[in-house]
Ligand binder design. Structure first.
Ligand code: NI
Ligand code: MN
Length: 228
């Protein structure tokens, strides 16, 4: 059993009652954030890519908690230079940590941290397959639809899929519903929508589409928790 808490945009905290991790902590500057960075207590910070609405408060939270940053190699290297403890990984690689197992997947997107108005390239973006508390959660990161979501679903008995639906930068609702079929999880939670006007999307429309396909969809508001 693992507790899944949504903190807005693509940020989730997972806890098995002993260890806690946070994925893509974009809290400062997110008007819909479900927590403030200073209140976060975690053992590890998992980052899918370097964009500000994902890496966000990651470095601050990692330093405040003396927590490990787990990220794609180039992004981990950037965080290490900022003084973080890091564990670099890359696409297709898995590793067992004390809180659980992390495997990085592909994601079709970009990855950079802005240093002023200059982008600092942080390698390939990723998705994350996290096994924790005996459950498997797939956080797709920011990505367009790709056919190998079928492989991710076939190789992992996914309990919960966290999928972007906001369109423009990532999958929209139609593509996310197609991806849902490929991943075939026990339930899905939509993310990466309505934070900014350009990614407005109706989660009820996604939920209805998921239901038509035979999948449970749990729409979460920032601050909501659910059991996986
Ligand atoms: Ni992004
Ligand atoms: Mn994003």
């Amino acid at each position: 059993m693992v507790d899944l808490k949504f903190l807005g945009h693509s940020c989730f905290m997972l806890s098995d009652g002993d260890k806690s991790v946070i994925i893509d902590p974009f809290l400062t500057g997110n008007p819909q954030a479900g927590a403030t960075a200073g209140d976060i207590k975690v053992d590890a910070v998992l980052l899918t890519h370097g964009h500000g609405d994902h890496a966000g408060d990651g470095i601050t939270i990692a330093k405040d908690n003396d927590a490990l940053v787990i990220a794609p190699f180039e992004l981990a290297t950037y965080c290490e230079r900022q003084g973080c403890k890091v564990h670099p990984m890359h696409i297709g690689g898995g590793y067992r940590f004390d809180f659980g197992h992390v495997k990085l997947t592909q994601a079709w997107h970009g990855s950079a941290i802005m240093d002023g108005d200059i982008p600092f390239y942080t390698g390939n973006p990723c998705g994350i397959v996290l096994t924790m508390g005996g459950k498997i959660v797939y956080h797709a990161g920011d990505t367009g639809l790709f056919g190998d979501m079928k492989l991710i679903g076939e190789l992992n008995d996914i309990d919960c899929a966290l999928l972007p639906i906001g369109d423009n930068f990532t999958m929209g609702i139609k593509d996310a519903l197609y991806g849902l079929k490929l991943i075939d999880p026990k339930f899905v939670v939509p993310m990466h929508y309505n934070t900014f006007p350009v990614i407005e999307a109706d989660p009820e429309e996604f939920s209805a589409g998921a239901k038509d396909l035979g999948y449970e969809c749990r729409i979460m508001e920032p601050g909501d928790s659910t059991q996986v």
